[in-house]
Design a binder for this molecule. Structure first.
Ligand code: ADP
Length: 563
């Protein structure tokens, strides 16, 4: 504890004296001073009857004050003040004692302090009765004494009124202050309770949390994040956004650059979800994290930092890998016997005379279904490969015009059977560097979809045209169209629109996902415009010189899956 300094000590000592006693002392000082003045000047002695009587009454009041002390009840306080007025009134009767009169202001003010507005009335009554009236009785109702009495009464009432008013304001302010204090204390309690709750949540959640300030300094991290950082930054972390460490891209080997680090992106105001990274140098101990970021804004809407959430998705990634491996190996295993079944069916069907027409029809149905099964298995296999991060391409100069024409011819019977008009405008001789099998898949998928999703009476149009560097394939239909909210999910694996499901149109939702992967592996882009019940247009842009990376011609091209 700090030692009490001197003024503080004096203050405490004064505070220790009861209020009622202090009042008496304050009154006694001018009273005795005036008395001393009169004694020295006018020769008024202590033996004067009025002085003795007056002093006696004030002494009784002081005695009462001392007895009552701090616990003095209100009536006792009032009684001492009234006695003081009586004492002043008596002393005022001594020769030249008019100077005692104004001292009545002091008890008048204290009465107002104790009783507020009621105290103003008491002050008036006390002053008039005990200070003013005695002189009028004693000296007779002379104008000089009336005038003094009037001024004195007004002065006492005025001072009492000021004190009562100030007291009222003070009490109101005090109660407002008290109320504000209570409200503040309650708010502080709430804040503390909230903070404790937040701390408990942040400390318990199973995700890593980072709060960055507007300069990119780490403001806080939770224990989970501390564990992630120990793995990602074995040499330590300086607590600033963008620090490099054992943080890798989706391929698990390419280290992220400063700009690619989630914290750097978040610091620039980017908001994202499910950005996947791997942390840890040793492959067997690497963790996959899904990172989300949101900007934090201050009261005026200014960006004030960011919050990042890191979720451990290693088990999910492992499960996905198992699933893809399973799909890949099952489809691979199914392909061999299926190809063999189809081969033998072809052999049997090739025998023109040896097969009975009834049996032939059944065998043809079996062959069609085997072909469909093989298509499905191939799609599944390709999807599994795409998920592994590549599409294998055998790139060679390929005549896309011919491919489009073949696909048109292949789909024409079905379009005709459905009563669809099939229009086309194909620029001849467009040669592109690409994988002919995969390019055919693009055209087939788009064209079969256009036919599939267009009710009879509609039409399908295919356009192919080339520029200096790129070519454009446009497949449009007047079919069922795609709802705007579905457009974003159209190219996701296994996505099927409600409309397609409701109309029981066959499909498993892999065609467009595969189409996009192939287009992007060739360095191209695909986009779609559609309106429900009006139709859809898919536009594919492919660069004529094929994928822009080593090993484009011949051999395999491994393209990262952009989807
Ligand atoms: P599938 O046709 O086997 O369902 P896709 O991947 O080719 O799978 O297509 C995914 C979904 O996109 C379809 O189920 C359908 O809802 C919608 N879709 C694709 N092409 C069209 C089209 N031309 N018109 C309307 N909807 C389409």
């Amino acid at each position: 504890m700090q030692a009490t300094n001197e003024p503080e000590g004096v203050r405490q000592a004064v505070m220790a004296v009861p209020k009622v006693v202090i009042r008496q002392l304050v009154l006694l000082v001018p009273l005795l001073a005036n008395l001393a003045l009169l004694a020295g000047w006018a020769g008024v002695g202590l033996t004067d009857t009025f002085v003795m009587a007056g002093l006696g009454v004030v002494a009784v009041a002081t005695l009462l004050a001392l007895v009552g002390g701090r616990a003095a009840p209100l009536w006792l306080l009032t009684a001492t003040l009234m006695l003081d007025l009586v004492g002043i009134g008596l002393m005022r009767l001594t020769p030249d004692g008019n100077g005692f009169g104004p001292l009545a202001v002091l008890p008048a003010m204290w009465l107002a302090a104790d009783h507020r507005l009621r105290g103003v009335g008491l002050a008036f009554l006390g002053t008039a009765t005990f200070v003013v009236a005695p002189t009028l009785v004693y000296y007779g109702p002379e104008p000089a004494w009336w005038s003094r009495g009037l001024v004195l009464s007004i002065l006492a009432v005025l001072c009492a009124f000021i004190v009562a008013g100030t007291g009222q304001v003070w009490v109101r302010q005090n109660s407002e202050l008290e109320e504000q204090g209570t409200r503040l204390a309650r708010a502080l309690d709430d804040v503390l309770a909230n903070r404790a709750l937040n701390d408990a949540i942040v400390g318990t959640v199973d995700v890593g949390l980072v709060a960055l300030d507007r300069d990119g300094t780490y403001q806080s991290i939770n224990p989970r994040q501390a564990a992630f950082m120990a793995l990602a930054f074995p040499a330590g972390h300086a607590g600033r956004a963008g620090q490099l460490g054992d943080v890798f891209a989706a391929d698990r080997v390419t280290r992220l650059t400063t700009e690619e680090m989630p914290t750097s992106r978040a610091l620039l105001g980017e908001e994202f979800d499910d950005h996947r990274i791997w942390i840890g140098a040793e492959p067997s101990k690497q963790l996959a994290l899904s990172v989300s970021a949101r900007s934090v804004r201050d009261g005026s809407g200014e960006r004030d930092g960011a919050v990042l959430v890191y979720k451990d998705i290693t088990p999910l990634m492992a499960a996905l890998k198992v699933k893809d491996d399973f799909v890949a190996s099952v489809s691979h295993e199914l392909r061999t016997p299926l190809t063999s079944i189809m081969g033998f069916l072809d052999l049997v069907l090739d025998d023109e005379e040896g097969v009975d027409p009834g049996v032939r029809r059944k065998l043809e149905v079996a062959k069609r279904n085997s072909e469909r099964l093989l298509d499905l298995v191939s799609d599944l296999l390709l999807t599994a490969q795409v998920d592994d991060g590549y599409v294998a391409l055998d790139v060679e100069p390929t005549d896309l015009s011919t491919i489009v024409r073949e696909s048109l011819a292949h789909n024409a019977p079905r379009a005709e059977a459905q009563g669809l008009g099939l229009r086309h405008s194909v620029q001849p001789g467009l040669v592109v560097h690409g994988d002919p099998v995969r390019l055919r898949q693009i055209v087939d998928n788009l064209l079969t979809n256009a036919v599939k999703y267009t009710p009879s009476g509609g039409s399908v149009a295919v356009e192919l045209e080339g520029g200096d560097e790129d070519l454009w394939l446009k497949v449009s239909d007047t079919g069922i169209g795609i709802a705007p909210e579905d457009l974003g999910r159209l190219f996701m694996r296994f996505f099927r629109s409600q409309e397609a499901e409701d109309r029981a149109i066959q499909g498993i939702g892999l065609g467009l996902a595969i189409t996009r992967s192939i287009v992007e592996a060739h360095g191209g882009t695909i986009l779609v415009e559609s309106e429900p019940d009006r139709g859809s247009t898919f536009i594919v842009r492919l660069p004529l010189d094929g994928p822009r990376s080593p090993g484009t011609s011949g051999g395999h091209h491994w393209a990262a899956d952009a989807g």
